[in-house]
Design a protein. Structure first.
Length: 280
């Protein structure tokens, strides 16, 4: 099909990405459900044959995750405990079949407020690498996601990779939904806790599905500094969580329930991270 293009190099993909009406595909687990009709309308640029867009590598500056890396591959990857939240989220994305096909880059570009990958990546201080004919640029994940189904991706740009700096600590992730699998979250949370001598020295907390985009909770993070790991969840306070969220009511839950659920999930995930956190 002339309207279906599957290049094998990123440079070839960049040359094609600016074509009028081009739709990028990297797993299609979001693209297919959003398509009315039985076939995808072209032109389609399939990125899954580009080796440089898949896999996880480490450098002196941190970690690089290719944008076409699947959720199943993330689950199998050898990563430090700080990434445990991202790996836990990878196990919650859809079903096993979706995890085998869906990609981390597709999850970010789809920009759902309930995207499972976003909260743990926010706690990892992730950046995205965007490639185009003009070169490449990096944005913090919080800058890249600008609203529901909206990103800072420019015409002709391709999300090539996610970069995570050298990070320490214990990560975690929890989500609440109406059933176990194939569920859009009512609320989801991620945390990363760093401790020395049993005392918190760094905390990163994020909440998804409770605002137009997932958010970090700077005030609550600061309040955890210096707290003992024992009973760490007791330091999560509704007044440091709920005012920073903007949940909406829908068929799954009302706004108050979402906000309250986020607070409780944070207590649980922070407690679990505190229990599992080791010394750096």
């Amino acid at each position: 099909m002339a309207d279906y293009l599957k290049p094998s190099t990123l440079q070839d993909a960049i040359l094609l990405a600016g074509r009028e009406g081009m739709r990028l595909a990297a797993g299609c687990t979001d693209l297919f459900p959003a398509t009315p009709g039985q076939t995808l309308g072209g032109p389609i640029l399939d990125l899954t044959a580009i080796d440089s867009l898949s896999g996880i590598s480490r450098s002196a500056n941190g970690w690089r995750i290719g944008a076409a890396t699947t959720w199943a591959a993330l689950q199998r990857a050898e990563l430090p405990p700080a990434f445990d939240g991202l790996k836990a989220a990878a196990k919650e994305v859809g079903s096993v079949q979706i995890q085998n096909a869906g990609t981390i880059g597709g999850n970010l570009c789809n920009a759902s407020p309930a995207a499972d990958g976003v909260p743990p990546l926010l706690t990892l201080n992730a950046e995205v690498e965007l490639a185009s004919l003009a070169g490449s640029r990096r944005l913090g994940l919080g800058e890249f996601l600008t609203g529901p189904r909206k990103t800072a991706l420019r015409a002709g740009e391709i999300l090539a990779a996610i970069h995570v700096p050298e990070v320490r600590g214990q990560g975690g992730f929890l989500k609440l939904g109406a059933r176990r699998y194939l569920v859009i979250s009512i609320a989801m949370v991620a945390a990363r806790i760093v401790a020395e001598g049993g005392i918190v020295t760094e905390a990163a907390l994020a909440v998804g599905a409770c605002s137009s985009v997932a958010v970090r909770l700077a005030a609550q993070e600061a309040a955890l500094l210096g707290a003992p790991l024992a009973a760490l969840g007791d330091h999560i306070r509704p007044d440091m969580v709920e005012p920073y969220l903007s949940p909406i009511p829908d068929i799954r839950a009302d706004a108050a329930y979402r906000a309250g659920s986020a607070t409780e999930l944070l207590r649980r995930v922070v407690s679990a991270c505190g229990t599992n956190a080791g010394e750096p």
